[in-house]
Design a protein around this ligand. Structure first.
Ligand SMILES: [Mn+2]
Length: 323
């Protein structure tokens, strides 16, 4: 699913100046790591580059952005005229969030979603890549002739580790491990990164997970786990949206669970439904019924409050379990 090679991407990046590099909405470690590693690399090559993120960086991922939370367009110095727009880990124009109208300006999309909708002029999409950061690694490694600095290596390592659940998910490949090894050789602080990603959590995030485990419902003889967190629940317990990002991983752990479904009311009143599959059921296809997408093992969609219960019932039915 490519119309440009890594070699030609590198030639193109050397040719231009003044870059804007976009993450997807509700940014995760892969989109942040891919975007910021590319920004650092272009700057080290004497170019001007800024990251753009439509939503605030979750506090749990601020270790990747040196404590800065806001990377909106209005934070970019006045007078900067972008000449080249890149999107990292963004599968569709809608995933640019409030910047979706700028999708027509994106000249290059780097992505690993099988559902990528080719909104950019040039796209390099490898659904076998465990993380977008694998693709970005190949580009940066070529641009810097292997001399990847420590901070860039750490950004890419965090992206890889997060999208593979700490190199545990089915998307982890020998290539993933080889790249991770190279990044550790280049100084990536893997132990600190993994503690930040997988162990250290805010007390409200831990409370949100406890709430989810107390309210989870199992369907189809325990093969499906489901929990909903409403806006009222969030207000009653003081949960921020970002406190609930790991709830889906908490409810998928129970023995026998093949599919996990988590519906949360967002601050704008709509519901985000997240799904995870640890069997051969492709949840991206099921989420596509509701205009969503993602990967076979991890996907999501957004629905209105009126639709959420029926949508979850339909997702459960689409899984096709007998009981
Ligand atoms: Mn990703």
């Amino acid at each position: 699913m490519n119309n440009i090679t890594i070699y030609n991407i590198c030639k193109l990046l050397m040719r231009h100046d003044n870059y804007l590099i976009f993450t997807h909405e509700n940014p995760d470690a892969d989109t942040i790591g891919s975007c910021f590693a590319l920004v650092e690399t272009l700057r080290s090559l004497g170019k001007t580059a800024y990251p753009v993120c439509c939503d605030r960086i979750p506090s749990s991922l601020m270790f990747m952005t040196e404590g800065v939370r806001d990377f909106k367009l209005e934070n970019i110095p006045e007078g900067f005229v972008p000449a080249y727009h890149i999107a990292t880990d963004v599968a569709s124009a809608a995933q640019l969030g409030i910047y979706r109208d700028m999708a027509k300006d994106i000249q290059l999309a780097l992505d690993h979603h099988a559902t990528h909708d080719r909104f950019a002029e040039y796209y390099f999409v490898d659904p076998r890549a465990s993380a977008c950061a694998e693709i970005v690694y190949h580009i940066i490694n070529r641009l810097l002739i292997g001399e990847i600095p420590e901070r860039t290596a750490s950004l890419l390592y965090a992206a890889l580790a997060a999208d593979t659940g700490g190199f545990r998910y089915a998307n982890t490949t020998p290539v993933t491990h080889k790249i991770a090894a190279k990044l550790i050789e280049r100084g990536a602080c893997h132990a600190d990164i993994c503690r930040n990603l997988f162990e250290c959590k805010s007390k409200t995030a831990l409370a949100a997970e406890a709430f989810a485990m107390a309210n989870v419902t199992y369907f189809c003889g325990g093969k499906i786990s489901y929990v909903k967190i409403t806006g009222a629940d969030k207000r009653a317990h003081g949960f921020e949206d970002e406190d609930t990002y790991d709830v889906i991983n908490a409810i998928r752990r129970a023995d026998g669970v093949k599919i996990a479904i988590f519906a949360r009311e967002k601050d704008d009143g709509s519901y985000k439904i997240s799904t995870r599959s640890s069997c051969d059921i492709d949840v991206a296809k099921i989420c596509a019924i509701f205009g969503g997408g993602g990967h076979a093992g991890a996907a999501g969609c957004s629905v209105t409050p009126d639709e959420v219960d029926a949508a979850v019932a339909r997702i459960i039915k689409e899984c096709g379990f007998d009981d």
